[in-house]
Design a protein around this ligand. Structure first.
Ligand SMILES: N[C@@H](CCC(=O)N[C@@H](CS)C(=O)NCC(=O)O)C(=O)O
Length: 202
């Protein structure tokens, strides 16, 4: 198997952490530029996005939600998505919340990359409100629990940890640790795991 990534993509990092936690061997190909005409990704994913996973039989899988589902079912080692229907839905909702917060942060980054006179402050403001609401929802839903969704470490924690790291990377002005100490505690625990350490954006 080969996984196409960029070093800072939070969605690709979610998949890399999943691979590490489940001890699944996979070749990693870092794509220097997704916008470049020579990007290998569109040959396997018409959307041209990472992560894209190429299976040994030539099948390609995208996006990260599909890939993590595939990986969790590939081996029973370290199950990260619960079997129980209700519990699984809650874990996947956490993933949707965390991925959605990354989507909003990416939209802000893209808007700020435009020439200053082309930037739309209302777009940035709307996306920042989403980031703020996501952080509030994460903190409120987690409360004083050790993990986000149930008694055990799961895909929900991976998704939230990766999204918080992405906020640190792209919006260091947001002091979410101060405002939401329970998220700070969770994050401090997560970044001790080798899977998080080995995939930190350089
Ligand atoms: N929902 C997708 C999002 C993937 C995504 O947007 N990846 C970004 C990198 S962070 C990308 O490939 N952007 C290139 C583009 O949009 O052309 C997933 O979960 O995999």
């Amino acid at each position: 198997m080969k996984l196409f990534i960029t070093p800072t993509s939070p969605y690709a990092r979610k998949v890399r952490i999943m691979l590490a936690e489940k001890r699944i061997e996979c070749e990693i190909e870092v794509v220097p530029s997704l916008a470049a005409p020579e990007s290998p990704v569109p040959a396997y994913n018409p959307l041209g996005k990472v992560p894209t996973l190429l299976l040994d039989d030539g099948t390609s899988l995208y996006d990260s939600v599909v890939i993590v589902d595939y990986l969790d079912h590939k081996t029973p080692v370290a199950r990260l998505i619960p079997q129980d229907n209700n519990h699984r839905a809650i874990v996947r909702r956490w993933e949707a919340l965390a991925d959605g917060m990354c989507d909003a942060a990416v939209a802000v980054v893209m808007e700020k990359r435009r020439a200053p006179e082309m930037q739309d402050a209302s777009v940035i403001g709307r996306q920042m409100e989403k980031v703020d609401r996501c952080l509030q929802a994460m903190s409120a839903d987690m409360g004083e629990a050790k993990w986000t969704a149930g008694e055990k470490f799961s895909l929900a924690d991976i998704s939230v940890g990766v999204a918080l790291a992405y906020i640190d990377l792209r919006m260091p002005e947001i002091d979410w640790r101060e405002t939401f100490p329970n998220l700070g505690r969770l994050y401090a625990e997560l970044i001790e795991r080798p899977s998080f350490k080995d995939t930190a954006p350089s």
